[in-house]
Design a binder for this molecule. Structure first.
Ligand SMILES: NC(=O)c1ccc[n+]([C@@H]2O[C@H](COP(=O)([O-])OP(=O)(O)OC[C@H]3O[C@@H](n4cnc5c(N)ncnc54)[C@H](OP(=O)(O)O)[C@@H]3O)[C@@H](O)[C@H]2O)c1
Length: 259
């Protein structure tokens, strides 16, 4: 497969970084992040090191961009296109933070920011890349959802709303662009070990039921588990898969492993 340009938001940490690693053989990478410049630099170094063993022509760059600034997104995509000399053929929307809290105690500002990061920024990015994908008659878009879109957890009204929204958006956009060779899919992870979930993981590990009591597979998910699926969805072989949300959760959404 021709090596394409992939934009991976949140590509410097956790799941986005796991996806970036798995895309190395297939794509050049533009990784978008928010605040953590040191982490971005170390992600860049690691990817360059991993790639050099496979392909000296591989290109990767990092871009600091607060995705809450929706109006800046078209200029970001233009800059990435100019830097790499080609339009993106792959877009992975993985950036976002949590703003958990019981609904009655929460603020509208938190809801607004969460919805911007997890729903509106991915929509704006899709908007900015679809023209180029249509012209190339090839595109792969992957939106990070969560099992929280289907399975409720107290304190996550805004997150559930955003992830439910991104799944509906994914289906409808897939319908609109399928004839242009563009697929749009969502991945819905369960509990994956990343900086985002560090506190929760420690709490579960310390609880009496532990990880095995919560997750039928008996282990936490890794960013590479998600990366492997993302790499397949980005491939030529996955051209007939579109508009779906695929759970990767070690069976967590199947029910209680103790029952
Ligand atoms: N981990 C899980 O168990 C899990 C489960 C289900 C779904 N997910 C979803 O998977 C995605 C990735 O989660 P993760 O666990 O990998 O999180 P993570 O390790 O905390 O990484 C989040 C990434 O998003 C970037 N980011 C956050 N806010 C941003 C903003 N306003 N502008 C630009 N970049 C921003 C961060 O950049 P900086 O650090 O530089 O700010 C970082 O690169 C999220 O959509 C999350 O909802 C995760």
């Amino acid at each position: 497969m021709k090596r394409r340009l992939a934009i991976v938001t949140g590509g410097t940490s956790g799941i986005g970084f796991g996806i970036a690693k798995k895309l190395i053989p297939h794509c050049h990478l533009a990784l978008v992040y928010g605040r953590d410049h040191q982490k971005a630099q170390s992600a860049l170094n690691q990817l360059q090191q991993d790639a050099n063993e496979m392909d000296p022509d591989f290109k990767v760059q990092v871009y600091a961009q607060d995705l809450l600034q929706l109006e800046e997104i078209p200029a970001l995509v233009k800059k990435i296109t100019a830097d790499f000399g080609e339009a993106p053929g792959v877009l992975v929307n993985s950036a976002g933070r949590l703003r958990d809290g019981l609904f009655q105690l929460s603020s509208i500002k938190d809801h607004e920011e969460l919805l911007k990061e997890h729903l509106l920024a991915p929509m704006a990015l899709c908007h900015s890349v679809i023209k180029g994908m249509s012209m190339a008659k090839f595109g792969r878009i992957i939106n990070l959802s969560s099992i929280s879109a289907q399975y409720s957890k107290r304190g996550q009204t805004n997150y559930a709303a955003a992830k439910g929204g991104i799944e509906s958006f994914t289906r409808t956009l897939a319908l609109e662009v399928a004839h242009r060779g563009i697929t749009v899919n969502a991945i819905a992870p369960g509990l994956i070990q990343t900086p985002m979930t560090q506190g929760l993981v420690e709490k579960i590990q310390a609880s009496s039921e532990g990880i095995r009591g919560r997750i039928p597979a008996g282990r936490l998910g890794t960013p590479e588990d998600i990366g492997s699926l993302a790499a397949f969805l980005c491939s030529e072989e996955a051209s007939y898969i579109t508009g779906v949300s695929i759970a990767i959760d070690g069976g967590r959404s199947l029910g209680d492993p103790q029952s």
